[in-house]
Design a protein around this ligand. Structure first.
Ligand SMILES: Nc1ncnc2c1ncn2[C@@H]1O[C@H](COP(=O)(O)OP(=O)(O)OP(=O)(O)O)[C@@H](O)[C@H]1O
Length: 358
C-alpha cells in the first residue's frame, strides 16, 4: 500500500535539465527537478557510493537482505538495474528471514515472492522456526512486548549469515539508509556504546566475520527512497512490525526528522560526525572470538543468540536481557547499568527491528 510522498514542486522548470517541468523538490538538496532527472541523480549517487567504496568485485555472489519493505525493495530493484547497466558482473539473490510474525512477516514475504518474479532474482527464505525452533510469536508469548526486539535483532543477524552461507554468497547487502545510520550514531552516543559508535558508520562491516555486509544506501535519504518507490510504482509492503514499539529509537528518529526539516544536510552531518569520532586508545574494546556452543562469532564464551535460546528453553526468557550473565554475551542497551565501561562496550542489539549493527 503506497501512500503518496509529499513532492511539493511548483510549476517551474527542472533545475537540472531546464526542459521538463519540475515534479518534486528533492529532499536531500531541495532542488526542484523532474522525475526523469530524479531517477538519474538517485541511481547515480548509489552507483558512485558502490564504486567509490569498492563494495563489489566482478563475479561476486551477493545476497540482498529482502524484508519486502521499501528500503530493501528499492535496493533489489536499483542494484539489479545498476548491475546490468554498469556491468558489475554480480550474481544477485534475495534472502529473506521469516521471523514467524503472523500478520506481518507472512504478508511481507508474499511481496518478496512477487519481487522474485518481477526482478528475476532467486529467493531463499530462512526461518527462525527452522533455525531456533522458536518463532517471534512464540517468543512474544514467553517474554511479552518489552525486549522482544532484542531476540529478533540477535536472531536475524545470525539468520542472515546462515542463509548467506546456504546461498554460498560472498556478501550481504542491506537496505539501511542514511536516516537509519544517523539514528544509530545518535543512539550509540546516547547509550555510551563506544564499540558500536566506532563502527556503525562503516559502509562495510563483518569483514572479520563469516560474511561481510554492506550498506549501498549509506548516503541515501529515506524520503528519496519512498519517492523513488512511489514514482516507479514498486511493489513493497509498508506496514510497521506489530511487535516493535521501540520508543527510544522512535524519539531519535523524530528528532532527526525535525533537524532535517530545518536543515536537510543534518542527516549527512550526523553521519560525518560519527565517522570522525576518535576513540581514545585507552578504551577497552571487546575481543572477537567464537561461541563455544555454535561456533558463531562472539566476544563472549557463548554468543548472544545461544544465551537467549538458553533462557527461552529453560523457561527463563529474561536471561541475557538487560543484565550481564556470567560466561554469556552481555547486557542489552536498554537495561544497562550506568558507569560500567566493560558492559557498555558489549552489545546493545536493540534497533528499530533490533538490528543496530550491520
Ligand atoms: N526479515 C528480513 N529478511 C531479510 N532482510 C531483512 C529482514 N529484516 C530486515 N532486513 C534487512 O535489514 C534492513 C534494515 O531493516 P529494518 O528492519 O531497519 O527495516 P526498514 O528500514 O524498514 O527496511 P525495509 O524498508 O527494507 O524493511 C532491510 O532493508 C533489509 O535489508
Amino acid at each position: 500500500m503506497q501512500s503518496a510522498p509529499s513532492t511539493r514542486a511548483g510549476s517551474r522548470l527542472c533545475v537540472r535539465c531546464g526542459e521538463r517541468k519540475a515534479a518534486l523538490k528533492r529532499p536531500k538538496t531541495l532542488e526542484q527537478i523532474c522525475r526523469e532527472c530524479f531517477y538519474v541523480v538517485f541511481e547515480d549517487e548509489i552507483h558512485r557510493t558502490i564504486v567509490d567504496n569498492c563494495l563489489f568485485k566482478p563475479g561476486e555472489r551477493v545476497a540482498i537482505g529482502a524484508s519486502g519493505g521499501k528500503d530493501s525493495t528499492v535496493l533489489a530493484y536499483v542494484l539489479s538495474e545498476l548491475n546490468n547497466r554498469h556491468k558489475y558482473g554480480l550474481d544477485l539473490f534475495l534472502l529473506s528471514i521469516d521471523e514467524g510474525i503472523t500478520g506481518y512477516r507472512d504478508d511481507s514475504l508474499e511481496t518478496v515472492k512477487r519481487n522474485e518474479i518481477q526482478y528475476g532474482l532467486p529467493l531463499k527464505i530462512v526461518s527462525y522456526k527452522d533455525l531456533y525452533d522458536w518463532t517471534m510469536d512464540d517468543i512474544v508469548k514467553a517474554i511479552g512486548l518489552k525486549n522482544n526486539c532484542t531476540f529478533c535483532g540477535v536472531f536475524r543477524r545470525q539468520a542472515l549469515d546462515r542463509g548467506a552461507a546456504l546461498l554460498k554468497v560472498d556478501k550481504i547487502v542491506t537496505g539501511h539508509n542514511a536516516d537509519d545510520i544517523a539514528e544509530t550514531v545518535l543512539l550509540n552516543i546516547l547509550r555510551g556504546d563506544i564499540a558500536r559508535l566506532s563502527r556503525c558508520t562503516f559502509i562495510t562491516t563483518g569483514e572479520d566475520g563469516p560474511i561481510p555486509r554492506c550498506k549501498p544506501f549509506k548516503y541515501t535519504y529515506e524520503k528519496e527512497i519512498v519517492m523513488y518507490a512511489y514514482f516507479k510504482k514498486l511493489d513493497y509492503f509498508s506496514t510497521e512490525c506489530i511487535y516493535s514499539p521501540n520508543a527510544y529509537r522512535g524519539f531519535a528518529r523524530e528528532f532527526i526528522k525535525d533537524l532535517e526539516r530545518m536543515r536537510p544536510r543534518a542527516i549527512l552531518d550526523i553521519i560525518t560526525s560519527g565517522e570522525n569520532f576518535r576513540i581514545s586508545t585507552t578504551t577497552k574494546m571487546p575481543e572477537q572470538g567464537t561461541c563455544e556452543r555454535c561456533g558463531y562469532i562472539s566476544s563472549q564464551k557463548l554468543c548472544k543468540a545461544c544465551v537467549l535460546l538458553d533462557g527461552l528453553n529453560r523457561g527463563l526468557p529474561k536471561l541475557g536481557i538487560g543484565r550481564t550473565t556470567k560466561g554469556g554475551a552481555g547486557a542489552d542497551g536498554n537495561g544497562e547499568r550506568p558507569g560500567k565501561q566493560k558492559e557498555r562496550n558489549r552489545s546493545s542489539l536493540q534497533g528499530k527491528h533490533g538490528n543496530f549493527d550491520f
